[in-house]
Design a protein around this ligand. Structure first.
Ligand code: FES
Length: 156
């Protein structure tokens, strides 16, 4: 069973008041659930479905469509490397390999200390400054191995 925190409950009340159709509040509720647990648990999907009049399968289909939602635990810092054309042409594969080697994990994995997860991402919409990575909600552009080192050192 998933229970939203008291703080989340008061936000949910305000969110639901904004939408004429309950299901329209799906993304904000998924975001709240992820903020609370670090990822969207199956129990949270059931709870959100109950509140919005949607089946758990429907909630899951929305949740898994968006790469910003996680359906399993991730590290404190989620590093997403853009792998689309501009970043690809500007060396994202080498930078991703550099970072996975440095952290000792593969893409899709989390370090043993639960600090870093590395993921591939489609276009992050900063193509003119490729290669690009996103760490949680922050962008790092015109990446080099030295910049990756600086970012990781600042987060450790
Ligand atoms: S291709 Fe990487 S940000 Fe668009």
């Amino acid at each position: 069973m998933f229970v939203f925190s008291e703080a989340a409950e008061s936000r949910i009340e305000k969110i639901l008041a904004k939408y004429p159709f309950k299901k329209s509040a799906m993304l904000p509720l998924l975001t709240l659930a992820q903020e609370q647990e670090g990822y969207v648990t199956p129990e949270a999907m059931i709870e959100i479905g109950k509140r919005l009049g949607a089946s758990p399968a429907y909630v899951e289909s929305v949740c898994t469509f968006y790469t910003m939602y996680f359906t399993k635990p991730v590290g404190k810092y989620v590093i997403k490397f853009c792998i689309n054309i501009s970043c690809h042409l500007n060396g994202c594969d080498n930078l991703m390999d550099y970072t996975t080697n440095k952290l000792g994990i593969q893409v899709g994995e989390t370090t043993a200390d639960k600090k870093f997860t590395i993921l591939r991402e489609e276009c992050l919409a900063a193509c003119s400054e490729a290669p690009v990575m996103q760490v949680n909600n922050k962008y790092y552009v015109a990446l080099t191995p030295e910049k990756v080192d600086q970012v990781l050192a600042a987060l450790k």
